[in-house]
Design a protein around this ligand. Structure first.
Ligand code: ZN
Length: 248
């Protein structure tokens, strides 16, 4: 027969076990929500648009860099518009490249000032990151609506609340080849994966993301032209993110 003491110990062990389980589940759910493309606690979050029209938005993150002009040349040659999510610090470093994007008629979106994760950051940090970058976006001549894409797709409470309060739309993505790229050796294989994946997964209303602007991002840069050709062959038209949103 169990003593009164061991019964009590057993009860406490059970309570401790289930409490820990609930706490772990709670934090795991928050972690999942922080990276969700379709749910956040406040305001609108858009990963794609429901539309019957064959329109898609091509988006590029972490702009501008020394490689932006190469991307602009490809877009100009193809007669296609895109949306560039810019980092405030990069605009300060490459203001000419930022102006070139605007002058070529593309859209600018806000991708924060310093490209840090926004999880567990105070409101003052969120305000500074977004407002400073919006100001820089205006200084390089962009006049349209500014949407926001969180760095690393991360957000939880404060960021969505701030964006909701200022009526700024959170733009995620539904076709992102780089995230699902297997371990590949050569640049050609990486480029080909990005091309095939993007053309296969894109549907009417898709928001496509590529990271073609860093030094080691050549496979994604080289994928842009074949992706445009492949999607145009399937009769898709390219629009900016805000144009896409008007077609909801
Ligand atoms: Zn980024």
């Amino acid at each position: 027969m169990k003593s009164k003491f061991s019964k009590k110990a057993e009860k406490y062990t059970k309570v401790a076990f289930f409490s820990s389980l609930i706490i772990i589940l709670f934090f795991y759910s928050l972690f999942r929500i922080s990276k969700s493309r379709t749910f956040q606690f406040f305001g609108e979050i858009i990963a794609r648009v429901e539309t019957d029209k064959k329109i898609v938005a091509l988006t590029f993150d972490d702009a501008p860099t020394v490689h932006s002009d190469e991307v602009l040349d490809i877009l100009a040659e193809k007669g296609v518009v895109a949306t560039f999510y810019v980092i405030g610090q990069n605009i300060e470093k490459y203001p000419e490249e930022a102006r070139n994007i605007v002058e070529a008629g593309h859209e600018l979106g806000n991708h924060s000032y310093s490209h840090q994760r926004f999880l567990l950051k105070p409101l003052s940090f969120v305000e500074l990151e977004i407002e400073r970058t919006n100001q820089l976006i205006r200084e390089v001549g962009y006049e349209g609506e500014i949407t926001f894409r969180p760095p690393y797709g991360k957000k939880l409470f404060v960021l969505p609340w701030y964006l909701f309060r200022y009526d700024i739309k959170t733009i995620m993505v539904d076709v992102e080849a780089e995230t699902f790229m297997p371990k590949l050796e050569s640049e050609e294989e990486k480029r080909d994966f990005a091309i095939d994946y993007t053309i296969e997964k894109t549907e009417s209303g898709s928001i496509i993301l590529l990271h073609p602007l860093c030094e080691s991002c050549k496979p994604s840069r080289d994928a842009i032209e074949p992706i445009i050709d492949g999607l145009q062959a399937k009769e898709y038209q390219f629009v900016t993110v805000t144009e896409l949103l008007e077609n909801r």
